[in-house]
Design a protein around this ligand. Sequence first.
Ligand SMILES: [Zn+2]
Length: 310
Amino acid sequence: MFNIENYLENINCPSCSKDSYKILNNSNYKNIDSLEKLKEVYKSSSDNILIDQLVQCNYCSFKYLNPRIISKIIIDSYQDTIDETHVSQDKFRLQTFSKSLNKIIKILKLQNLNQKHFLDIGSASGIFLKALKNSGFKEEGYEPSKWMVNYGKEKYEININQGFIDNINENRKFDLISFWDVLEHVTDLDKTLKKVDTISKEDAYLIINVPDSDSLACKLMGKKWPFYLNVHLYYFDKKSLENLLKKYNFKLIKSFPHWQYLSLGYVLMRGSKYIGFLKYFEKVFKFLNLSNISFPYNMGQTTFIFEKSE
Ligand SMILES: [Zn+2]
């Protein structure tokens, strides 16, 4: 007999380690009746709405899933991810990342890019690495999904490796490290950020892009906010990120909204999961052959730039 309790783990607050919280949203596992079904809804690209219990720490206000699905299931699922739909949007993601990167270069007044070692964690097919390479950086990326890594290597000829931040030698030192829509998926936040501290140079920058739970979009949409997903283990905002990163010697120097370009058809396809009538528009635009036009959208995704400060 399948029992979901066997696949759940209780955790202390990932930010302050205390174990006292209030429940913001109750769990609902009624449709999970087998291990196969459980694995299915834990794919990294999953669009599955939140079914786990969402809590908020009584001490530091950090929002996280607790109890949550055991890490092994989540990690295995990321390694096995095959996602044609995701890579179908690579053209638009390159447009997004090139713009973001130019903005970051400007803000930080970066020079001599060809001498900068830029590490990207959770690279998917490596589109951000491609943008880095195009700008002249020495790019290096790690991605759990074997399929995504092979795809990126063959298609974009970038320095991408199958694995996690744990696989990087402790003596390496990077000038810049980025997490694009990744930190909210990482099972061991403390271990990950300790490693970031270890492998970053003294004047390093850390780029973190996450859905901001303090954004207007989140406030307006409430429980319908599209980033409330079972694969998102933490719900960050400016305050909680600042508070968290302080422990690892990083201070916030800038944040700005992240405008993501995707094809109109893709946005409507994803959106129709939440707003039924968008399905109608999806068909109309397909008919008019407009599905492939580039469409910028922001639902609260925010880019945070941190600077190392010991
Ligand atoms: Zn806490």
